[in-house]
Design a protein around this ligand. Structure first.
Ligand code: SF4
Ligand code: SF4
Length: 478
């Protein structure tokens, strides 16, 4: 195993402080079995699958409720029931990811949690071919951590004739509040290591690069001990700066390859998996368990008791936050406070790629960060002093307050991990000058949201850029 001595990082980015309401170091616990789940038949950006069940049907946990014929042109995986009970509704609902109407299956729990495991648990996975492993990953619904839910099987010999060259493991968490995946790394280290071996084998014995925050010396030592004799593996110690874990930033930092603008890591023969998805791969192959639950942080200043939970996919946000909100929350976000969408509808469910549910206090979300006082606030701009001895800081989501004219401070330029000029991109997109925005690399934006976070003029740069990209894609398709 190669261990790279010097710390690696990328240009731009931002170190976040430890925000109030972060469940750091809290052990994982099981969320109560939900009374009802809503499971979307489209996972991430993969294709929507056809329902296999009807209203009134009884289902078991792990039973397939939707599937398509495997098709590499429109990749998808089977979708599973995540509790046992009765199907009560099958209808189109706005998908939490993009608001698009998508078929969803609602199941009312019978409280029994009767399981249907996969047909082929395989404790001796070393004996299986890449294609056989790919088939199990497909059957279990294992997706990639990056690339918003791309089904892993379609990067293996099972779904893709073309060979991948690299497996990159994202074992660094740099987003505010995302603590559950870090906790999973500590508590399920064995599953994590074996999950990496399974995924490597499924991808045809590719080179593996693990990106780990340098602030995890215990995990680093364990990795070195466990992987010492494998020449296919390199461990990189990284500065824990946001957005180090984004696919395009990780490939550049770990293997010096650029993801094409608007493209995917698979375009450069890479697969990125995070800790959760390595564990899911292990549980699918060795335990025969479909991917029906994941770890989620319930966090934020409006949460009474921040927690790291094992949650059934499809659990409504309301059940996760039940009796655990201490004040009227102004913002509830499924996933990232930097680039996730605010949710008004608390019936929306946790998804396969939901690492956190964050609730922020009203006052916190409304304060204007530059004009407002506060030695305990996270500050990129240095416009107010941030006291170094305060370990826990107040979040500064920078999304409210009045939008003002751009003051050409250049903070957005400094912070952009893709070396773009967000101020100009935002201006072009807001004025519908999409071809001008494309000329300055609009499609290279990875939508990390940092430019909007640091902008002292509160210009909604991320929204403007997203809208511009949407128009650009519409123009291409017409
Ligand atoms: S322009 Fe895109 S990549 Fe750059 S900081 Fe803004 S959201 Fe992130
Ligand atoms: S951070 Fe905001 S005010 Fe500063 S240059 Fe960028 S868009 Fe303009």
């Amino acid at each position: 195993m190669a261990v790279l001595g010097s710390l690696k990082t990328f240009q731009g980015g931002h170190y976040f402080g430890l925000f109030e309401g972060t469940p750091r170091g809290r052990r994982l616990s099981n969320a109560p079995l939900p009374k009802r789940v809503t499971i979307f038949l489209r996972q991430g950006f993969s294709a929507e699958v056809a329902p296999l069940v009807q209203v009134g049907d009884r289902v078991k946990t792990g039973q397939v409720i939707g599937v398509n014929e495997p098709n590499p042109q429109r990749p998808s995986t089977p979708v599973h029931a995540t509790i046992s009970g009765r199907v009560t509704v099958i209808e189109k609902q706005p998908h939490p990811l993009d608001g698009q109407p998508t078929l969803a299956v609602t199941i009312e729990s019978d409280g029994k949690d009767e399981w249907q495991f996969l047909q082929r648990p395989a404790p001796n996975y070393e004996r299986l071919s890449a294609e056989e492993l790919g088939k199990i990953l497909y059957d279990a619904g294992v997706t990639s951590g990056g690339q918003a839910g791309f089904p892993t099987a379609f990067a293996t010999a099972y779904g893709l004739p073309e060979r991948m060259r690299y497996l990159l493991i994202n074992a660094i968490e740099t987003e505010p509040y995302f603590e559950a995946t870090d906790q999973l790394l500590y508590e399920e280290f064995d599953k994590f290591i074996n999950g990496i071996k399974i995924l490597r084998q499924a991808l045809g014995n590719v080179q593996v690069h693990i990106g780990l925050g340098y602030n995890k010396p215990r995990i680093y030592e364990e990795l070195i001990t466990r992987l010492e004799y494998y020449d296919w593996c390199t461990v990189h110690q990284l500065l824990p700066k946001y957005p180090q874990g984004e696919d395009a930033v990780l490939t550049r930092t770990l293997i010096d390859l650029l993801v094409p603008k608007g493209g995917y890591v698979t375009d450069i023969q890479c697969v990125v998996q995070d800790v959760q998805h390595c564990v899911a791969a292990y549980e699918a192959v060795v335990e025969g368990k479909p991917f029906v639950e994941r770890v989620i942080s319930v966090a934020g200043s409006a949460v009474k008791e921040p927690k790291n939970l094992r949650v059934r996919i499809g659990t409504p946000i309301a059940e996760l936050l039940d009796n655990n909100i201490c004040s009227k929350a102004a913002r509830i976000v499924l996933g990232s406070v930097l680039h996730g969408r605010d949710q008004q509808n608390l019936d929306l469910p946790a998804l396969k790629d939901t690492p956190a549910v964050v609730a922020l206090k009203e006052a916190e979300a409304e304060l204007m960060p530059v004009a407002g006082p506060g030695f305990d606030r996270d500050s990129f701009t240095g416009a107010y002093v941030s006291l170094p001895w305060l370990k826990i800081k107040r979040a500064n989501t920078s999304l409210n307050g009045n939008e003002r004219a751009c003051v050409r401070c250049g903070y957005c330029l400094d912070v952009c991990p893709q070396n773009l000029f967000p101020a100009m991109l935002g201006e072009y997109c807001a004025n519908h000058l999409v071809s001008d925005a494309l000329n300055i690399d609009l499609m290279a934006c990875i939508e990390c949201g940092l430019c909007a976070y640091v902008c002292p003029s509160k210009i909604p740069l991320l929204e403007q850029i997203r809208e511009g990209k949407r128009h650009a894609l519409e123009e291409v398709s017409t």
